[in-house]
Design a protein around this ligand. Structure first.
Ligand code: ATP
Length: 331
């Protein structure tokens, strides 16, 4: 078991590479972060920023030819980036639960949901059939499935999208994992249902001390759910820090741009200023900071040399000229 001072997940200088005919791409480049027990780390960025690859790499779900080419991943104090596929498969489910955008990725359409839950519980918790069924019903009750004792024998298609995602959360949590990777868990749902699912995930993981990596393109979901946020741009971490600080006083101009293009309910008004241009392709990254061609603060230093890294900047933003909120600047 993890002790409370040890992060549940610790990722150090993780690099994912994809060899292509035109050279090697790095969809994840030197990414480092920790997630503490009970903490939700939101990973946000535009489409193609490398968010899903960063999550999939951690749980050994990269599709070849993508592979981990550097760095380390530690789960509860054990190194896991060098495990075999079989060893990693056993960790998924038992130590790591997964919630994906489409509930039908996780649910077998041909099996009643109760069978899927009891199978997982028996496999990972080594209890008998009767006890597993009792726990399956309790798990469904906990995620808010009405009349769980009757619905336990229903098939996935007999539930609405929101209820199906509740079942997936029950399935992800039933083996009592210490880490949950949730990749766009609410993107396919109606806005009103989205908030319920986020609140549910947050409550259950808090209660159990489960660490969560929440991958989303939606700053609103981050504001709602996350304790800390990691902002990705072109495979690299642009900024990482406590969600309140990053969202109210972003230091990286990219984070500031994302915030300016996101209508947040808490801000009371819609601010919609799109960041000009688009994220560069991985095969055509500019020299220097990958964001500099779109950056309102870019200076000569940003366009040359190595890309700035959080560790070599101020520890929060990978930027040579971070925004200083105390100076009342705006990006
Ligand atoms: N087989 C592949 N060959 C080349 N590039 C790839 C391959 N698979 C993924 N990529 C690239 O890797 C990058 C990271 O993809 P990833 O899916 O992690 O991004 P994302 O931030 O999760 O985006 P989205 O929100 O659209 O899912 C993207 O630029 C994508 O184009």
């Amino acid at each position: 078991m993890s002790d409370r001072t040890q992060p549940t997940l610790s990722v150090r200088k993780l690099v994912v590479e994809i060899p292509t005919r035109h050279g090697i791409l790095r969809p994840v480049d030197q990414v480092s972060y920790d997630i503490q027990p009970g903490e939700i780390l939101g990973v946000v960025g535009e489409s193609g920023a490398g968010k899903s690859m960063a999550g999939n790499a951690v749980i050994g779900l990269l599709s070849p030819p993508a592979h981990i080419a550097g760095g380390e991943v530690w789960l509860n104090g054990n190194r896991i980036d060098n495990l075999s596929r079989g060893q990693m498969r056993r960790k998924r489910g038992r130590e790591v639960g997964m919630v994906f955008q489409d509930p039908l990725t996780s649910l077998n359409p041909l099996l009643p949901i109760g069978d899927q839950l009891t199978e997982t519980i028996i496999e990972h918790l080594k209890v008998g059939k009767g006890e597993a069924r009792r726990r399956a019903i309790a798990a469904l009750e906990e995620v808010g499935i009405p009349a769980a004792a009757e619905r336990v024998d229903s098939y996935p298609h007999e539930f609405s999208g929101g209820m199906r995602q509740r079942v997936v959360i029950a399935l992800a949590l039933c083996a009592e994992p210490t880490l949950v990777i949730a990749d766009e868990p609410t993107t396919a749902l109606d806005v009103s249902v989205q908030a319920q699912i986020i609140a549910l995930l947050r409550r259950l993981c808090r209660e159990r001390g489960t660490a969560v990596m929440l991958v989303t393109h939606d700053m609103g979901v981050i504001a709602e759910a996350a304790d800390r946020v990691a902002v990705m741009y072109a495979g690299r971490l642009a900024e990482i820090g406590p969600v309140r600080e990053v969202l109210t006083a972003p230091r990286h101009p990219y984070t500031a741009g994302l915030m300016a293009s996101t209508p947040l309910a808490s801000q009371g008004k819609r601010r919609l200023n799109q960041i000009p241009g688009s994220m560069p392709r991985l095969g055509a990254l500019p020299e220097g900071c990958a964001f500099h061609p779109r950056c309102p603060r870019a200076a000569a230093r940003c366009a040359a040399g190595d890309s700035p890294h959080i560790d070599s900047c101020d520890g929060r933003a990978a930027c040579w000229f971070p925004i200083d909120a105390s100076a009342k600047e705006s990006a």
